[in-house]
Write a protein that binds this ligand. Structure first.
Ligand code: 0O2
Length: 243
């Protein structure tokens, strides 16, 4: 997914370097512990490659964030209000990627990360109104060097948890010193109310599934519905005052 024009350090020669290093150490138990060593070497290669790739993902985030800021500023010039409340971003940590790959039953290597983990680079855009979510998505997708790979509309089809958000997986072309790379980025676009639910849900439940009783789940869904109703009412009010 990320074509690379030239790379003078291949997986093969990093692996050879690591194996040589380990073979030279005094306590040479490589042969007796081959599977464990292979695993350690594999993880070391992955971790080293991750550091290199994190730079590419971070660069794609910077490029898309600038595009979002520009379309938002342009919208503000013409409409006297901003369709974007805030933009945040992150490159997923190595630990978090490893946990997600393990959860998906994937071997820990770079190819699997690139082809299966869509949200290594993530941008979150928070909008005041429901309509803004779709307008921001449209404005972004009109850009020539932004290609839509996948759309998940959890606003029209909320998750069982009550989670609502528009997720776009896009590919953006970024120019580096050795050529252009196509980098995938997940963009989550949602309203302030949807973000309130997502953030609190993330802390209460998302990472603590085991403690969630049916009663808590029901209460959380009620909160999600409250937020959704508030969004709909705010959207209607916005239309009444013609914004
Ligand atoms: P974190 O810690 O937020 O990064 P896929 O690989 O596309 O098949 P994936 O990646 O699970 O499946 O895609 P999905 O469902 O679009 O979810 C991606 C992200 O959306 C999650 O990332 C969360 O950020 C958010 N999300 C999804 N469902 C929920 C939910 O029920 N509650 C909350 N609060 N957030 C949710 P991560 O990596 O799982 O977690």
């Amino acid at each position: 997914m990320i074509p690379y024009a030239e790379n003078n350090r291949t997986d093969q020669n990093i692996q050879t370097e690591l194996e040589n290093f380990m073979a030279e150490t005094e306590n040479n138990e490589i042969e007796r512990q081959e599977p464990a060593v292979a695993e350690i070497v594999g993880k070391a290669i992955f971790s080293q490659k991750y550091d290199e790739y994190a730079f590419f993902y971070q660069s794609a985030i910077r490029q898309l964030t600038t595009k979002l800021q520009i379309v938002s500023a342009d919208f503000s010039r013409n409409n006297d209000r901003s369709p974007i409340e805030s933009i945040t971003s992150r490159v997923k940590s190595l630990e978090s990627i490893a946990a997600k790959m393990e959860h998906k039953g994937l071997e820990l290597n770079l190819d699997n990360m690139i082809s299966n983990i869509n949200d290594t680079a993530g941008i979150r855009v928070i909008c005041p109104f429901l309509k803004d979510v779709y307008e921001v998505a449209d404005m972004l997708l009109k850009q020539k060097d932004v290609e839509l790979i996948k759309i998940k509309d959890y606003i029209k089809n909320p998750k069982k948890s009550g989670y609502r958000s528009l997720h776009l997986i896009v590919k953006t072309s970024v120019l580096f010193s050795d050529g252009i790379r196509e980098i995938p980025v997940e963009i989550q676009i949602r309203t302030i109310a949807q973000n309130f639910f997502a953030s609190t849900d993330h802390q209460i439940r998302y990472k603590r599934q085991s403690k969630i009783t049916p009663e808590i789940h029901k209460k959380m869904l009620e909160c999600a519905e409250l937020m959704a109703n508030a969004d709909e009412q705010m959207q209607k009010l916005a239309e009444k005052v013609e914004i």
